[in-house]
Design a protein around this ligand. Structure first.
Ligand SMILES: [Zn+2]
Length: 468
């Protein structure tokens, strides 16, 4: 598909390139024969100069008649002998980042821990600190350092999943980390995920398009970021449904949800950018795969079953859809969402599970996350937003819907009591109401639903990941 690459990674690339290019050591012009003169710079030692030109300290001492190799001064001219035939080892600098280890830095620059330790006179390779400037060897112009971002392996991660998430191949990740068997990774392991090749097929002024995750699962929220050359007017659609973009000055973001019952396959993501008279569009395909949902068989008492009257459920569903399938506010959240109840509430029915009512076919699914908490448990808002619905509905019972901006809404059904009113601004952690058993419900529980432009998505993703 060629439209996918790590968003953060790109930023890392820019910073890295800047660091490397900005710090390239420029060798003095070669003299006749095989001699080069090097003018000593601030911070240099005979050792680093020797490393730089691929010669030994002894050779430098001998050729330059130095009595004490520790005594060289800035501006001093040193003759480097025997180096003109081979290009000097170019070095750049790397500022140590949070999470960096010498091994990761070595992989990034295609070198070894030993070389880095030597180059930087490190007695203990485990002792590097954030902000420390390290000398790193830089290969010729064609092979730059491996750029990318660090991924810390989480429980449940596989190499395939990690690779898919960043839009790179398993092979590329394995190679960047010197892993021979990609099925052997461990929790807490730090992997360098290389930056995927930049797609040059994007039409100007679209410079970059990043889709996360690359292969989307049914019910997942997908993040898109678009980089353009300056301010543009951006619009687009996923599978024909319009997207809501935020951002300016060349950096834009949008979100869309993958319907939980969508047939696995490729779905179109279309973008249109307008800058002045110029209008360009891109057509991409997003791969959707099946989620791993089970089947749940439910029965209701006759009184509750009456509520399943299609006319009634359809009217109510349409109302909720109309209210949620729109974006009127900028994004009001930052970081992950909280759970709407405190503690570590057990999940009684996960998002996406296929459902059969009264022994019928499993042709519907559970569109939210059911938390098994007793009646009267306070329900707190998981992120800032504005209340757009707070009333009793027939199927959903006492219901609250909060608009978090950018078409992201959260719903709380079957409440015993509602604690907010329409139009109210709510902060993360603010009380929305209390857990109950109203509407079409078989016992006290909280049904928590998340929607992106009306499409119901897995709320757990919003708790586990920072969605931007
Ligand atoms: Zn539910």
């Amino acid at each position: 598909m060629g439209i996918v690459r790590g968003g953060v990674a790109r930023m890392c690339l820019v910073i890295l390139l800047w660091m490397v290019i900005g710090a390239l050591v420029v060798a003095a012009p070669p003299l006749q024969g095989d001699q080069v003169v090097h003018v000593v710079q601030v911070g240099e030692t005979l050792y680093t100069i020797a490393q730089h030109y691929g010669v030994t300290v002894d050779a430098l001492v001998a050729v330059n008649g130095l009595s004490d190799p520790d005594l060289i001064s800035v501006g001093q001219r040193l003759t480097i002998s025997g180096s003109a035939s081979a290009a000097p080892v170019q070095t750049g600098t790397h500022a140590v980042q949070p999470g960096d280890t010498l091994a990761l830095i070595a992989r990034r620059y295609g070198t070894s821990v030993e070389v880095l330790a030597q180059l930087n006179h490190l007695t203990n390779p485990n002792l590097i600190y954030v902000g420390q400037t390290l000398l790193v060897p830089v290969a010729g112009e064609t092979a730059g350092p491996v750029t990318g971002q660090v991924h810390v392996v989480q429980l449940g991660d596989t190499m395939a999943r990690i690779a898919a998430r960043y839009g790179v191949s398993v092979w590329a990740v394995a190679q960047a980390n010197g892993i021979a068997n990609p099925s052997v990774i461990y929790v807490g392991q730090r992997l360098l995920v290389p930056t995927p090749e930049r797609d040059s097929s994007l039409p100007y002024p679209i410079l970059d398009l990043v889709v996360l995750p690359v292969v989307a699962v049914q019910g997942q929220t997908v993040q898109v970021s678009v980089e353009t050359d300056g301010e543009v007017s951006l619009s687009g659609a996923f599978d024909g449904r319009p997207l809501f973009f935020v951002g300016d000055r060349g950096t834009y973001r949008t979100l869309f949800g993958i319907p939980a019952m969508s047939t696995p396959g490729a779905y179109p993501l279309d973008l249109k950018a307008t800058k002045g008279e110029q209008e360009v569009s891109t057509h991409n395909l997003i791969q959707v795969v099946e989620g791993d949902f089970g089947v749940q068989y439910l029965t209701f008492s006759s009184e509750k079953t009456e509520l399943l009257d299609p006319q009634l459920t359809t009217t109510e569903a349409q109302r909720v859809w109309d209210l949620t399938a729109q974006a009127t506010l900028p994004g009001m959240w930052q970081g992950r969402f909280w759970f709407p109840v405190t503690g570590d509430p057990p999940v009684s029915s996960p998002f996406g599970i296929r459902r059969s009512y009264g022994g019928g076919p499993a042709n519907s699914y559970h569109a939210g996350l059911d938390l098994d908490v007793p009646e009267g448990t306070p329900v707190y808002c998981p992120a800032p937003g504005r209340v757009v619905l707070a009333e009793e509905l027939q199927v959903r019972g006492n219901a609250v819907i909060v608009d978090h901006g950018r078409g992201v809404m959260s719903g709380y059904w079957h409440l015993s009591q509602i604690g907010v009113s329409v139009g109210q601004q709510v902060e993360a952690g603010e009380l929305l109401g209390w857990v109950g058993n109203t509407g079409l419900s078989t016992g006290a529980h909280l049904h928590w639903e998340m929607r992106v432009m009306g499409i119901r998505v897995d709320p757990l993703q919003w708790v586990r990941e920072e969605i931007r």
